[in-house]
Design a binder for this molecule. Sequence first.
Ligand code: GUN
Length: 283
Amino acid sequence: MATIIDGKGLAQKMQTNLAQKVEELKQTHGIVPGLVVILVGEDSASQVYVRNKERSALAAGFKSEVVRVPETISQEELLALVSTYNDDESFHGILVQLPLPGHIDEEAVLMAISPEKDVDGFHPVNMGLLWSGHGVMKPCTPAGIMEMFKEYNISLSGKNALVIGRSNIVGKPMAQLLMDENATVTIAHSRTQQLAALAKTADILVVAIGRGHLVTKEFVKPGAVVIDVGMNRDENGKLIGDVKYDEVAEIASYITPVPGGVGPMTITMLLEQTYESALRKVK
Ligand code: GUN
């Protein structure tokens, strides 16, 4: 049976440490890390994510603000709002929750966020820095997965890693971070042929394709490390991952559960990067 990678536990540990670092920053420099989250519209999943981010930010001692604006906001108004927070020195991190409504150009909004406050790591400047091996602000989900590998002493050097999913948020930056640790990386996606056979060659399998229970034990080499980024609802509304946990856990060496795996680490990295951004003000 696989060792379960306890993302929830690691996230709690890191957030407790972070609260202490935040307190020290307050005492020594009088700076409180500030995070603003902009939520456009009423998407129910986004509302849950944003509430969790706010709760965790407050628990870590941050200044936290959530700006909720109606779905009908114009592009110009949203860009102006972002600009206000770029100029507000009490905020060190700005996050615009995705997805945005169809009439808004997502790329333009992400580009409007000042790269030094872009705690999501989605600005083209930060993506480029990451790709050239000089990443500062990293997309939080892959950054959180790297922390899990570290915590569990999972070595990546020379290993075959397969990332299933090629999104800008997870798949592409994940591949880069794995490469930085000397893994041999392949990216697969919805058009990949013979996916199960390819996956079976991987020592490290990161699944972020958004299809519930796609990865069965036929996809997994015995002893592989399996990281499940999926958050899907089954026909009964239950939260399920992209990996069929029960059967894969029997043959993997390590596996992340859903929920309680990758998700809590994403928020933790968001807070870490906001703290680091605040720290750069005094360094
Ligand atoms: N929507 C789903 N995941 C994310 C994320 O990591 N950041 C933002 N801004 N929006 C998201």
